[in-house]
Design a protein around this ligand. Structure first.
Ligand code: AMP
Length: 200
């Protein structure tokens, strides 16, 4: 029996600590924040006020939604903690931050970002691949930002390094509204067994 209609009360958003050169990124991050608040879904994010991180939090706060920031103590100054958020969780290091964000959320949305964002997305994807969680993971492909990543994933399938069914875990859309619908209607697939009794 598959998990039907995942109950989503809070979403972890991974995104850039920069704004990008095109205003569409900041606008989409803000719009996502507003939509989360309107749907009464709490935001869990990195706790900073810079870049797209700040934009998504401000979008939520503008509509009186709930924002939980998770930040390692050593990054408090570098990433400039957002003072207006509902709750700030201080953690020891980057590993703990990802784990805490995972614990506090029911789903993930990834916006455009750099290596930090990729690290966070890939950790959630690989945990899902190993069957450690069944949460929906979404990728908001604003302005075709992730087109090349989609090509890379398809090549991984074609060349035999990624199972097609595992690749389908990642929900991709160019629209905030559509991605939230996909997350709400997500059914976790039955994944191929990667570790068998014989191999352990
Ligand atoms: P970036 O996409 O590089 O702008 O980074 C976005 C977020 O990812 C920021 O909050 C960074 O602190 C965070 N980040 C950067 N490197 C890592 C890492 N190795 N592990 C986890 N998070 C990271």
């Amino acid at each position: 029996m598959r998990n039907r209609f995942y109950m989503v009360n809070s979403i972890a958003v991974f995104c850039g600590s920069g704004d990008g050169f095109n205003d569409v990124y900041r606008e989409a991050a803000w719009q996502l924040g507003e939509m989360l608040a309107e749907k009464e879904i709490g935001l869990v994010y990195g706790g900073a006020k810079i870049g797209l991180m700040g934009a998504v939090a401000d979008g939520v706060l503008d509509k009186n939604g709930k924002v939980t920031g998770v930040i390692p103590s050593f990054l408090q100054t570098k990433e400039l903690v957002h003072e207006s958020i509902s709750e700030l969780v201080l953690v020891e290091n980057m590993h703990e931050r990802k784990l805490k964000m995972h614990e506090l959320s029911d789903a993930v949305i990834t916006l455009p970002g750099g290596w930090g964002t990729m690290d966070e997305l890939f950790e959630m994807l690989t945990w899902a691949q190993l069957g450690l969680h069944k949460k929906p993971i979404g990728l908001l492909n604003i302005n075709g930002y992730y087109d090349s990543l989609k090509v890379l994933f398809n090549n991984m399938v074609l060349e035999g390094f990624l199972d097609e069914c595992v690749n389908n875990i990642l929900l991709i859309s160019e629209s905030v509204e559509e991605l939230l619908d996909m997350i709400n209607n997500y059914e976790a697939p039955d994944l191929p067994v990667v570790i068998s009794k014989q191999t352990t």
